[in-house]
Design a protein around this ligand. Structure first.
Ligand SMILES: C[S@@+](CC[C@H](N)C(=O)[O-])C[C@H]1O[C@@H](n2cnc3c(N)ncnc32)[C@H](O)[C@@H]1O
Length: 370
């Protein structure tokens, strides 16, 4: 297909997802306010100007996504990768799950788990009904609905936001250009249902990929999704990102998507310290998470509404947290940030052998609030 036609097809595909997501949210919010009006879900109004800016940012990320594919950073085919089977199977279930969600919202129940769900052994901050999800991250139902819910929340831009990680990751791997592609090792921390790994696999068909997550159910789902791809299956490990079960200096690159806003401050620092430990000298660490107040002050009403509408107990602190300082505290250097649509990105490098000591001397001057 000529490029202009492929671009048009991609834009139409994204536009369709966007309209569907907006319509879903409009009905969902009306129904929630009708059935389960709760002081907690009182939100601040979002002006037409902000909505216009969101649309503009949406168009920009779609354009950037297209451009990277066109320039060969990743194949155009991954732009159209969508779990259609899951969409048709689980979209009705999103609605069927709402009454129990409304009940929890009304009763202010945020740490509710079925008795059949094993909750022992997890950090207490994790045992939450994040996004008011039934059984939090600890059930197959939650894992089956997660990707669909994130797509609806971001009007179909969840994968385009994840893919903003790919160009810096690929660029970072240039440091190891002499390493054969099959020996490149990349870890995705808090891989959830595996969508980031699926996108990385599209860009790095030969690399050894690894994913860790605390949720056995999400890892099961990731295994399903990733085994559809030809090529070597990523290694999936159930573990706490604060204590990564890998030896020091093991990975050429590490990514982490949408985790930090769900962690308390000290856990954020622990995860960053661990990512520093397992990445090789000269390796790259890329984070994608929510925008923050400092870079997107005009989006402050949305950042106010997010934790009020979805159960996100650590989001407020996250939204003003200084992750650059945390990365420096861990030892990372060459830190840069980007903002695309509703996400912010931190790209950081572990100093190559011999540079570590000098970098640490600079780091000691930066205070980190925990
Ligand atoms: C918002 S989801 C993001 C999932 C995925 N990265 C994505 O792109 O959608 C957060 C994920 O982090 C995992 N998680 C939360 N705290 C964790 C921790 N301390 N260690 C490992 N995984 C954790 C959850 O189980 C969940 O899969």
């Amino acid at each position: 297909m000529p490029d202009t036609l492929t671009k048009l097809a991609y834009q139409t595909f994204q536009q369709g997802k966007s309209v569907f997501g907006l319509a879903h949210k409009a009905v969902g919010i009306q129904l929630t306010n009708l059935v389960a009006p709760s002081a907690e879900s009182k939100t601040v109004p979002v002006s037409a100007e902000i909505l216009g800016q969101i649309q503009q940012r949406y168009n920009q990320i779609v354009e950037a996504d297209w451009r990277d594919a066109e320039q060969g950073v990743y194949p155009e085919s991954i732009l159209f990768d969508n779990p259609w089977d899951d969409f048709f199977r689980f979209y009705p279930v999103v609605w069927l799950d709402m009454p129990s969600m409304w009940q929890r919202v009304q009763n202010k129940q945020h740490q509710e788990f079925d008795t059949a769900v094993e909750t022992r052994g997890y950090p207490s901050y994790y045992l939450q009904n994040f996004h008011h999800q039934t059984n939090g991250y600890l059930s197959d139902l939650s894992a089956n609905l997660y990707d669909l819910q994130v797509e609806l929340l971001f009007n179909g831009a969840a994968d385009p936001m994840r893919r903003r990680i790919l160009a810096p990751l690929k660029e970072g791997l240039q440091t190891f250009r002499d390493v054969p592609p099959t020996q490149i090792k990349v870890l995705d921390v808090a891989c959830g249902t595996g969508r980031m790994l699926r996108n990385i696999r599209g860009m790095l068909p030969k690399a050894s990929l690894y994913g860790i997550d605390l949720s056995p159910a999400y890892l099961r789902k990731a295994n399903q999704l990733l085994s559809q791809n030809p090529g070597e299956l990523p290694q999936l490990v159930q573990a706490n990102a604060e204590e990564l079960p890998f030896v020091d200096n093991y990975f050429h690159a590490v990514s982490c998507v949408f985790l930090f806003h769900e962690l308390p401050a000290q856990a954020r620092q622990n995860v960053i310290n661990n990512c520093f430990r397992v990445v090789k000298p000269g390796g790259t660490f890329v984070i994608c998470d929510s925008i923050q107040v400092s870079d997107s002050p005009e989006m402050a009403p949305l950042m106010e509404n997010f934790p009020a509408m979805f159960h996100e107990p650590y989001y407020r602190h996250y939204s003003t947290d200084n992750l650059e300082a945390r990365l420096q505290e861990a030892g990372f250097t060459d830190i840069s940030t980007q903002v695309h649509f509703m996400s912010k990105y931190w790209i950081a490098r572990k100093p190559a052998e011999g540079q570590t000591e000098a970098a640490q001397q600079v780091n000691q001057t930066i205070p980190v609030e925990v």
